[in-house]
Design a protein around this ligand. Structure first.
Ligand SMILES: [Fe+2]
Length: 192
């Protein structure tokens, strides 16, 4: 399974076990100043999606939405040259190779959805975690009116808003939740 650059060859047969492996190896890492690990955070986000009866695509998008933080785990040719370091873009590019746009696009838009919600929903901003308020400034702050219009015209923006709310809910310290292995069949089923 190893290529010459020691990164795995990823295809329909290998991507799901590889995603599980990344969660296993890298999942315990801290999540950007929050009190949950990366794996707990994404698994909690997926559990919120399931609890709300979200579509399978949104469940998978929630489960994998921060995979871009682990972009170094993927072969270089998985990412276009000159890619920026934004985890939403790298995550979406990784996912778009294996999953349809209704999974990769909400991931790409989930930071924009936060900037959108901060602009249109005053209660939303008040509920953000301190780390999330901090990153909002780095991400460009609240959207302007023009950006709001543009976002609302973008395909999959509603799923991105849904995902964003699960992302924000998935930060509960000590909450034990179904692990990624529970979603193995769904992850396989939803592949392109
Ligand atoms: Fe997240």
């Amino acid at each position: 399974m190893n290529s010459s650059n020691s990164k795995p060859v990823l295809n329909r047969d290998t991507i799901v076990p590889y995603l599980l492996d990344i969660f296993e190896r890298r999942g315990p890492e801290a999540y950007l100043g929050e009190s949950v690990s990366m794996a707990d955070h994404m698994e909690q986000s997926a559990a919120c999606a399931v609890a709300e009866g979200a579509s399978n695509a949104v469940v998978v998008a929630s489960l994998l939405h921060d995979i871009g933080h682990f972009s170094g785990e993927f072969p270089l040719d998985a990412l276009e040259q000159g890619i920026d370091n934004y985890h939403q873009d790298s995550g979406a590019k990784i996912l778009a190779q294996f999953y349809p746009a209704d999974i990769s696009e909400p991931v790409r838009l989930h930071v924009a959805a936060k900037r959108y919600l901060c602009a249109v929903d005053s209660e939303y901003f008040a509920k953000l975690s301190p780390a999330s308020v901090n990153s909002l400034h780095l991400q460009g702050g609240k959207m302007s009116d023009a950006e709001i219009q543009q976002f609302e015209a973008t395909a999959h923006h509603q799923a991105a808003i849904q995902l964003r709310r699960y992302d924000d809910e998935g930060k509960v310290a000590g909450l034990t939740i179904r692990k990624i292995a529970h979603y193995r069949e769904l992850l396989q089923e939803m592949l392109l």
